[in-house]
Design a protein around this ligand. Structure first.
Ligand SMILES: [Fe+2]
Ligand SMILES: [Fe+2]
Length: 435
């Protein structure tokens, strides 16, 4: 069964070997890095069909790319390489210190309540072996923003795990899950990961595979046994079943996965620097997503960031005209949905999935007390209260994102085809939200 927008049935973790074909992006990064950093084969590199491709001791660089690309390699290439100045636990610890001392949101981890000493100590004990060190070195050198993100998510996850009473090996595993959570993205075309890039359905499905790719990679590393791969597999899952790649829900999403999902979602507000008003926006977003995330962990996170909120510069005033325009677009999308639903919708898995998501979204909005679907109330609040106006701006923006996620989810599983009316609503929603 492919990961499905409609998946409500527990699926066991995937078995066997990575079904993904050889992709060029990771190999291109490794060989290109070899042009500037000394990388050598510490043992011969073989194809899966037992053809010797590179002798032991040979220097690896971009001239070998074409040859290596022709074969599926076994073992994985990073197992055969030694690399100068490879990432070590000391490097991970140093990068954590750099983040804590930067003007990013990770500065909140310097506060005594976040127990920075303990966080740094755990970051200096992340399980890493030579193959993972090669991977992380390629990430650090070729995708530095991804590397900083990995370290930041890990530090945040460790802080939250510590506050939740997790200790010892479980804490080190939380750090490892944070560090390795996006190694699957190293197999994704970097152009698809650029924030401004508009993706088609196939490109989006390609990105949805990255937790699965990372899961298969980590299963090959004994130092990450004990649930690290499972947590990584679950880092884009949500408690209400709206996440990917498997759409698991409720207790199917384990505590380590919940922890990682929350740290990962919050990290977007922290870096590369803490923007004005980012923490206020984060609190609004967490409130709107409270059915999708672990409630107790979310409260802990809000408590940690609260400590730095007073030190933040006053946010820019929200553009009230833009807020009103955007909320009008959202109101129209919700109204279109209600009409579609009232007309009986359609009997497809994609429709039932979207119906559940739309019901939850409307409920989240009202529970958050944001009432942006009421035009009169909205205009009144915007006219009187700058803080509430900024909250509404954040809520409207997040609600727009969540609606886009519903539309993306409708098309997530290529085996589930939306009917004509649902497809029309999805298309109109994309246009109205983007406008
Ligand atoms: Fe991530
Ligand atoms: Fe990810």
């Amino acid at each position: 069964m492919t990961p499905s927008a409609s998946s409500a049935v527990r699926e066991d973790p995937p078995q066997g070997t990575n079904p993904e074909p050889v992709d060029p992006h990771y190999l291109r990064d490794i060989t290109a890095l070899g042009d500037t950093l000394e990388i050598r084969a510490r043992k011969a590199i073989w194809s899966k069909s037992r053809i010797k491709l590179v002798d032991r001791g040979v220097r690896i660089d971009s001239r070998l790319y074409e040859r290596l690309m022709q074969f599926k390699l076994q073992p994985a290439i990073e197992e055969c390489l030694e690399i100068a100045d490879a990432v070590s636990v000391e490097d991970l610890r140093r990068e954590t210190i750099r983040l804590l001392e930067s003007d990013s949101g990770y500065a909140c981890l310097r506060e005594p309540a976040a127990n920075p000493k303990a966080v740094l100590s755990v970051m200096g004990q992340v399980p890493i072996d030579s193959g993972l060190a090669v991977r992380m070195t390629v990430m650090r050198e070729r995708r530095p923003a991804m590397y900083a993100h990995a370290v930041g998510v890990a530090a945040l996850a460790v802080c939250l795990a510590g506050k939740a009473g997790i200790a010892g090996d479980r804490l080190r595993r939380a750090a490892a899950a944070g560090i390795y959570h996006d190694i699957g993205e190293m197999h994704v075309d970097p152009q698809l990961l650029e924030p401004v890039r508009a993706l088609d359905e196939n490109e989006r499905r390609h990105i949805y595979t990255h937790p699965l790719t990372a899961y298969f990679v980590l299963q090959e590393h004994d130092c990450c046994s004990g649930g690290v791969a499972d947590a990584v597999l679950e880092h884009h899952e949500r408690i209400d079943g709206s996440g990917y790649p498997r759409g698991i829900r409720g207790d199917e999403l384990g505590k380590p996965g919940r922890l990682l999902a929350l740290a990962e979602m919050s990290a977007a507000f922290f870096a590369p620097k803490l923007a004005s008003g980012a923490l206020q926006r984060m609190r609004v977003v967490l409130r709107l997503n409270h059915r999708r995330l672990d409630a107790a962990l979310t409260d802990m996170l809000i408590d940690v960031v609260q400590k730095v909120a007073p030190n933040q510069a006053a946010p820019e005033p929200a553009d009230s005209a833009a807020v009103i325009a955007k909320s009008g677009a959202i109101r129209a999308v919700v109204e279109d949905w209600r009409q579609l639903h009232a007309a009986g919708g359609e009997d497809s898995a994609a429709f039932h999935w979207a119906a559940e998501r739309m019901r939850d979204l409307e409920r989240a909005l009202h529970e958050a007390g944001l009432g942006i679907l009421d035009a009169d109330a909205l205009a009144g609040v915007i006219g009187q209260d700058a803080v509430a106006c900024r909250e509404l701006a954040a809520a409207v923006r997040e609600f727009g994102w969540l609606l886009q996620e519903v539309v993306n989810g409708v098309y997530r599983d290529p085996a589930v085809v939306p009917g004509e009316r649902l497809a029309r609503w999805a298309s109109m929603t994309r246009q109205k939200i983007a406008a």
